[in-house]
Design a protein around this ligand. Structure first.
Ligand code: HEC
Length: 387
């Protein structure tokens, strides 16, 4: 259905809109909100005082160092700190409470309570743990959807990504982007993207940096109830790449975009991004720097065995469109089927691979293989959480 006849801009956009409105009828529920009944935080508090207080403390910030006998891992939670707790999905907490720290590659000091507590009691505990963070404006980790290769998501992240695009036809070459994303406060994230190009040009390999992007993203709206999150980003592309070799645009470029993500029941998700590249000096390098707009969408499904606790597979399809404002230019359309998979047990290291194929306005554009590795460094060190 994705690749089926999408000749131009207007029908294509219509298609994306239809996709959203068509899916909208299916009432959205956050990933882990499958409570059989509402959690009873009062009951959770009772259970917490019996079983958890000795280690996690009466205020949720951790019991006094003097009264606990264990060395605290770096990831030991302070439940009053929203920046530490809101990125964690309820499902993760349920898993840790039922199966112990071991289940997610955390410290084995955190015991497994699965034999002692019913499923409802675990929900009540999670409900109580959520009361320690008193600011409800933080976007919740459930809305941090699996990263698509090209389409940027709305959720503010703490992530290091190494992403490579390899020409699959024409002259050999690749571009690797090293992307650092870091969240600040409740709604904000900064991003630095440093591309490095390696290309066979007239049978000689040349390499060099591309245009570095500096971006600030701001989450504008998010709701776990409806499964939606919206963010705006303002980015600046600095002309650090050599435009004569095709590694950069030759002009500083402003890149604003909006990203909207929607999570549905049963972990189906959609991600949209729409924006523009606006060079400050479009005439400086007429071959490269041109005003353009882009629109991107990803549809996917997260799948995992063992009641969503096992390795997470997220097959997705992206449709990527752009239009350069120059005489005789049409709309570029690409399709990118891909698969993301969690590599570490803690799911803080993930990899994805896909093949990007142009299907409209294909002159001079060939297919490419794309892959990335990402490390969510807020969830622990790179070498932690593997077993
Ligand atoms: C013997 C001490 C101990 C007891 C008792 C204990 N915990 Fe823990 N808990 C820990 C430690 C230590 C960690 C940190 C593990 C790590 O980060 O490696 C932890 C981690 C957690 C986490 C994971 C937080 C995150 O950020 O991912 C949750 C949730 C949790 N505990 C809930 C509970 C609940 C609920 C109870 C009571 C039913 C409980 N714990 C009882 C020691 C304990």
């Amino acid at each position: 259905m994705w690749a089926g006849g999408m000749p131009g801009g207007v029908p294509g956009l219509l298609f994306l809109v239809l996709l959203v409105s068509g899916a909208g009828g299916h009432v959205a529920v956050g990933q882990t909100m499958h409570y059989s009944k509402r959690p009873d935080a009062k009951n959770g508090e009772k259970l917490y005082k019996n079983g958890c207080i000795a280690c996690h403390g009466s205020d949720g910030a951790g019991a006094a160092m003097t009264s606990t006998q264990f060395d605290r891992p770096d990831t030991f939670p302070d439940f009053t700190r929203c920046d530490q707790t809101t990125p964690e999905a309820n499902l993760i907490w349920r898993d840790v409470i039922q199966h112990g720290g071991r289940a997610r590659g955390f410290s084995t000091i955190m015991p497994a309570f699965g034999d002692l507590l019913t499923s409802d009691q675990v929900n009540d505990l999670v409900g109580y743990l959520r009361t320690f963070c008193t600011n409800s404006h933080w976007p919740r980790g459930e809305l941090n959807l699996p990263r698509a290769i090209v389409t940027e998501k709305a959720f503010p992240e703490d992530e290091l990504v190494i992403s490579t695009e390899l020409n699959a036809s024409g002259a050999p070459g690749f571009t690797t982007d090293v992307i650092h994303e870091q969240s600040f406060g409740v709604h904000t994230q900064i991003e630095v993207d440093v591309p490095v190009n390696v290309q066979d040009q007239d049978h000689r390999y040349t390499s060099g940096p591309g245009d570095i992007t500096l971006g600030v993203k701001r989450e504008m709206f998010s709701s776990l109830k409806t499964g939606s999150i919206l963010a705006l980003q303002g980015g600046l592309l600095v002309p650090t790449g050599d435009s004569r070799r095709g590694f950069g645009s030759g002009s500083t470029t402003f890149e604003p975009f909006a990203a909207f993500d929607q999570l549905f029941k049963e972990n189906t998700f959609l991600q949209f991004q729409m924006g523009a590249d606006l060079p400050f000096a479009p005439d400086a390098a007429p071959n490269y720097a041109r005003k353009s707009i882009f629109w991107r969408g990803a549809a996917g499904q997260a799948i995992a065995g063992d009641h969503m606790l096992g390795r997470l597979f997220s097959p997705m399809v992206e449709v990527l469109g752009s239009r350069t404002f120059a005489p005789g230019e049409g709309n570029d359309w690409d399709v990118l089927p891909e698969m993301q998979v969690t590599v570490s047990k803690r799911q803080h290291v993930r990899a994805a691979v896909g093949v990007r194929t142009p299907f409209a306005n294909t002159a001079g554009r060939g297919p490419s293989v794309m892959f990335y590795m990402l490390w969510d460094w807020a969830d622990g060190k790179l070498w932690e959480g593997w077993r």
